[in-house]
Structures are given as C-alpha cells and as structure tokens.
Design a protein around this ligand. Structure first.
Ligand code: MV4
Length: 580
C-alpha cells in the first residue's frame, strides 16, 4: 500500500562522516574523525600498487562523505584472487557481490549516488564513495567518476553487476587501460554480442541454430517484403542494435509491413541511434529458456543447466526457475553444448548466459548472449551448488575453472520471484516510497537476496527491484509450496509490491502444471487484475483508527493504566497476507 505514515523516521544506520544533502553538504569537513571511528576502524589490506589503502585528504582528515565500516575485517583464509574490489552498482546485486567478497576476505568499495546515501549496499560495503547526483547518467553510468574512485582507493578489480555499465565495452576497455580488472568478458566479446545481426552471423558460422531470418536490411518496404515472403509470414522485425524487445514488431501479412517497418525503424533509431532492422521467422507460443555458462581465460568452458524465464511482462522477467519443466537431461546436455559452442565462438570469459527460444515443437534457437551476471542467477546456484559470483571473481583473476562438465550436477528445483516496488493491480505502476515495516521470510529452502531495510526510502531514479525471493525444493512442487509459504510470511509495508501477484501465480493451475510461454500473462489476465476494492486499505485504516479511539475513550472512562494508550497497533500485520 501507499506510504502514508508521517510518524518519526527510524534513525539512519550509522555512517561515519555521512554528508547530508544541501545545507549540511556545505559544512567544512570534519577535521577529526569521531572517537568511535578512531577506535574501531580497520583500513583493510593495502593496494598492491602501493597506493594508500585509506584515502586521506592532504591534511590527514577523512574526506567528508567517506565512510569506514566498524565491523572487524576478516582477511581471506586461503589466497584471495583480489584484495580490494569496487562494486559499480547498487541495490540487491551490489549487496549480493559484497556478500561473496566478504566470504572470500576481499575488501569491498561501494559507490553511491546522492539518492543512495543510506542504501543497504553503502551500509554493507567496507567503504563507500559518492559519485554524483541521483540520475544514473550522472552517477552509476559515469565511467570517469567510477574509475577515479577505483584508482584513488586502490581497487584491483571492478564488478559491474547487471544493468548500468555491465555490458558497456567502453567501460571494460577503460578499466583495462587503467590497469584494473573488469569482472566480465572482454570488450571484444561484448561488442560482438551487442550487435544482434553480427551475433546471428557469428553463431550461424559456428553451427549454432538460429531462427530462419536475414541480415540487416537497409532497403525500402518492397525489399523487406521480398525477404518476408521468402521466410513466410508471420515474421518478426527486430532492431539490429537491439535486445530487450525494443524496436520489435510482429508482422502477420504483407499489408501491415510498411507501417510496422516504419515503427520498428523509428523505435530502433530513438532507442539505439541505429535504425537497422532485420527479419526473423516468428516463433509461436515460445518459451524463454537460457543456459548459464562459465568460462575461464584458459579456454575452458562449462554450462550449468538452463533456466526457464517465460513469465515476464513487457520484457521484464517476473518469475524464473531452474530447471525448465520441459527440459530433460538429454535436451539439457544438447542445449548446454550449443551454449558452450556459442560463447566459445567469441572467446567468451566469465559468467554468461545464452538466451534461447523454444518453439512449441521443441526446437531451440539462439537468441542472444547476455554478457553479464543475471538477476536470476540464484536459481542456478541453488540447484547446482555453485557460487557464480565467486567463480566470476576467480576466473577474472586468471584462475582456471576448478570444475569440469562432469562435476556439474543438478539437484532439486528452484524458483525466483522478483519483488518489485510496482503495483501489479495498477498495470505495474512504479510505487516508490519509504519501507515502513519489513518482515523477510526464512526457514527451510528459502533465500532472500534483498537491497532494502525498514526505514529505507526507495529512490524513484532506478529500477523497482527491491529483492528476490528464491526457494528450493526436492522437486518443482515443493519449490512452489515453499514459495507460496514464504510469500505468505513476506511483509513489506509502505510501498506497493508484486508480492500479491506472486501469491496468485503460485496457486494458478497453468503455472503449477508448468504450461508456460512468453505470452503467459496475456493469456491469464486475471493474474494482473485488481480483484479487491482498491479502497479496502483506507477502509481498514479508518476502522483501525475508530477502534483505537474507542479504546482510549473506554480507558479514560475507567481510569485504566496509561500503557494501554501507548499500545502500538498491529492491524497491518494481522492480515495473514490478505491479497490486495
Ligand atoms: C522472438 C520471438 C518470437 N520469434 N524471436 C524478445 C526479446 C528478445 N530477447 C527476443 N524476443 C523474442 N524474439 C522470434 N523469431 C519472441 C520474443 C519474445 C520474447 C522472448 C523472450 C522473452 C519474452 C518475450 C516476449 C515477447 C516476445
């Protein structure tokens, strides 16, 4: 529900030298760190390049916005691949990477925009540095600022997470130029996979199955129509520079082609500055099935099975699972080998994903390579037992893979629900606000990868992902049952979230039977419809207030103990997760 409490804010967790925006920012720097800081600060391992481990201003005072963590730093027990990593991201994925680094004894350096001063990743990192105003183009997308922090703090490597600069070849190249390891593939591999027409051609040459289609088409509608006739309708227009469905148009007959071509070109031009489009045969009722791969710098590459990601809305995935309900072991090895062949065609290194489309007839086609760690990586982790972030860090440092294909076994089933600050009943409208109360589920088979805490204000500037709830079970049914149970336990007050939507999906017959395809939510609109009175929250609030004041009246009439007056209402927490 919408944030409406005006009660006192929870005090912010301690950040030494934290700078408040506006007025406070102009105060002179503290010349002396607080006694608490002096007493407990550990500066961590110093940089290999011999730079200062703890950046100090010329007078020895701490930079005003810098902070140091008071927790004891536990250096690596074994030889860590790096001693200091900068995380060029925010939210749940930054937290996820910090957790891997903590386990490996690697010192973490966070960066944050002005909107994220109190974000969880800032609180959890060993140190954190400001990189600019809230809009991502002024902060999380600023290659210069991020590299400046990396050099100043002696970071040996940068983990880009996903989104932002994760698939930007210029960033990967700039890291290399600065002598800093980019934890991801080479700029060349990224570049090759970024252009969808080029990627198609490379894959075709490597013997990877692609959907029947064309190269980039520069010509007019008549020429495009000739190609469409060859392929046979229905066809799909796609942007050459594209990805993520932008500039995509399904064409069912020649009559619709000219106007749809103009639309596709226009959208591609504005989204990518490149109006080249190409054609593919339209795959009907497809499933989105992707294969996780892991490759080192020594030519070794393994696959870690597939994920099914068909439940999405406007190319935003909402639920993912591992394994796919329609992939048997023989198919898994077949598409796994295709995925390995695909990434080896570009000398790919690091964790990556080969996205495939599965037609209703069981055929698999290459779609694209996601040259990054993906949001949904935890389902693969739970089923294979690998820690993908740690493996990514190890291969980035040049270590050979410690596993062979035979060492990869899959056990049980995992499902991930993306908890986003959007209102599913209002067409997934963004619902930023302050998290007023939070109860995170736990118990057997439950993992929550979150980036929030009670009291945190979800900034409006970034994507709406608050956390990912992942459950594991012996089989798909147990994973679903655990997800349904965990979703009942989950409470996020203050912002609307996708939790009620996920509760409905977990008991939907089509989902439970595994009958998934990319049009699932269009086929089952009841899952995204508001099914209760949107005023119910307000009515309940008024009822709670009336009950409260009646209690006060009774208490004063009877002269009862004052503690009754101080009782905190729990009305929102007593609803057993009633689906709104
Ligand atoms: C397709 C397709 C059907 N036929 N290609 C959408 C984004 C991009 N990654 C690939 N996409 C599609 N390509 C052919 N030849 C259907 C989609 C598609 C889709 C794919 C994956 C997940 C969700 C999707 C939703 C709509 C369309």
């Amino acid at each position: 529900m919408k944030s409406r409490s005006t009660g006192p804010r929870r005090p912010a967790p301690s950040i030494e030298g934290r700078r408040k925006p506006a007025a406070a920012a102009r105060k002179p720097a503290q010349s002396k760190p607080s006694p608490r800081t002096e007493l407990h600060v550990e500066s961590g391992p110093s940089a290999k390049q011999g730079k200062d481990a703890a950046p100090k201003a010329a007078n020895g005072a701490r930079e005003p916005s810098e902070r140091r963590v008071i927790r004891r730093f536990r250096p690596a027990t074994a030889q860590a691949p790096f001693s200091r990593i900068l995380i060029a991201n925010r939210g749940e994925i930054a937290v996820r990477i910090i957790r891997a680094c903590e386990e490996m004894g690697i010192w973490t350096i966070a960066v944050f925009s002005d909107a994220d001063r109190e974000a969880l990743h800032v609180l959890m990192a060993r140190e954190a540095h400001p990189i600019g105003p809230p809009p991502s183009r002024d902060s999380y997308l600023r290659i210069d600022k991020i590299l400046e922090v990396a050099k100043r703090t002696g970071a040996e490597a940068i983990h880009p997470g996903y989104g932002f600069l994760a698939e930007n070849p210029a960033f990967a190249a700039a890291c290399a130029d600065a002598g800093i390891v980019f934890i991801g593939p080479s700029p060349e591999a990224m570049e090759a996979m970024g252009d969808k027409v080029r990627a198609r051609a490379i894959m075709q040459r490597a013997g990877v199955p692609v959907v029947p289609g064309t190269e980039a088409l520069a010509g007019d509608a008549a020429e495009v129509a000739r190609h469409a006739r060859d392929i046979g309708y229905p066809v799909l227009l796609k942007a050459a520079a594209g990805g993520g469905g932008k500039g995509m148009r399904a064409v069912r007959s020649e009559a619709e082609l000219p106007s749809l071509l103009a639309q596709a070109r226009g959208e591609a031009k504005s989204a990518f500055g490149d109006d080249r489009v190409f054609l593919e045969k339209l795959v009907l009722r497809p499933r989105h099935i992707e294969v996780q791969v892991l490759a080192d710098a020594h030519g070794h590459c393994i696959h870690l099975g597939e994920r099914e990601c068909s439940i999405q809305r406007r190319h935003q995935k909402l639920i993912e699972e591992c394994p796919s309900p329609v992939v048997d072991e023989a198919t898994r090895q077949r598409i796994g080998a295709i995925a390995v062949k695909a990434v080896q065609a570009v000398q790919y290194r690091s964790a990556g994903t080969v996205e495939m489309l599965r037609g209703d007839d069981g055929s698999f086609y290459f779609m694209e390579v996601n040259a990054r760690l993906q949001v949904e990586h935890p389902v693969t982790e739970l089923v294979t037992g690998f820690d993908l972030v740690k493996e990514q860090i190890r291969v980035a440092a040049g270590e050979p893979l410690r596993f062979q294909q035979e060492d990869v076994t899959m056990k049980g089933h995992a499902i991930e629900c993306r908890i986003v600050a959007e209102d599913p009943a209002r067409n997934f409208m963004p619902a930023p606000g302050t998290i007023q109360a939070l109860r995170i589920p736990s118990g057997p088979g439950v993992r929550d990868d979150g980036g929030i805490y009670a009291g945190f204000t979800v900034p409006v500037h970034y994507d709406a992902l608050l956390s990912k709830l992942i459950t594991w079970g012996d089989d798909r049914q147990e994973a679903i049952d655990r997800m349904a149970r965990a979703l009942e336990e989950y409470r996020i007050e203050g912002v609307d979230t996708s939790i009620p939507f996920h509760r409905k999906v977990m008991r939907h017959p089509a989902f439970c039977s595994g009958d998934l395809h990319t049009g699932f939510l269009e086929e089952h609109p009841e899952l995204v419809r508001a099914d209760t009175d949107p005023w119910l929250d307000e009515i309940a609030l008024v009822a709670a207030a009336v009950a409260h004041f009646r209690r006060i009246e009774l208490a004063s009439a009877r002269g009862t103990d004052r503690t009754l007056l101080n009782a905190v209402s729990r009305w929102k927490w007593a609803d057993r997760g009633f689906d709104r």
